[in-house]
Ligand binder design. Structure first.
Ligand SMILES: [Zn+2]
Length: 128
């Protein structure tokens, strides 16, 4: 690729909201078609559709932090509300709380990883 083409690609602005939305859907932030992850949380080497190199994405602890932040706030408030409103048995409260916390965390974790990778791609972080 020539220097002029490289400069044109560098100058091209990337839509952050669209990239984040595609990441939340676990799709490639560039084309929105190829899968972003495999084996639950492993990032694919590259996009199957557009060939975007995804292996340089570094989400690190960001997805876990964001998952705990969101799930903790929603379920913390929800459990407090349920306790005040219905006064369930403590064991019932623990079992429901555990089931909701674990399932919502497992659902959110890959999506938060996709969100962070989409944001990194839109901001050209780590050579994406
Ligand atoms: Zn793609």
């Amino acid at each position: 690729m020539s220097d002029v083409q490289n400069q044109m690609i560098e100058d091209e602005t990337r839509d952050v909201k669209r990239a984040i939305w595609r990441g939340l859907r676990l799709r490639c932030p560039n084309c929105g078609e190829g899968k972003l992850l495999h084996s639950y949380l492993k990032v694919n080497e590259s996009c199957d559709c557009c060939g975007l190199e995804l292996k340089r994405a570094k989400a690190d602890d960001g997805p876990a932090y964001m998952t705990i932040l969101i799930v903790g706030h929603i379920l913390g408030f929800g459990m407090h509300f349920a306790f005040v409103a219905w006064r369930p048995e403590p064991l019932t409260m623990v079992m429901i709380g555990l089931a909701l916390t674990i399932s919502s965390s497992l659902i959110m974790l890959p999506r938060m990883k996709g969100l962070i990778i989409g944001f990194q791609w839109a901001k050209r972080m780590y050579g994406l």
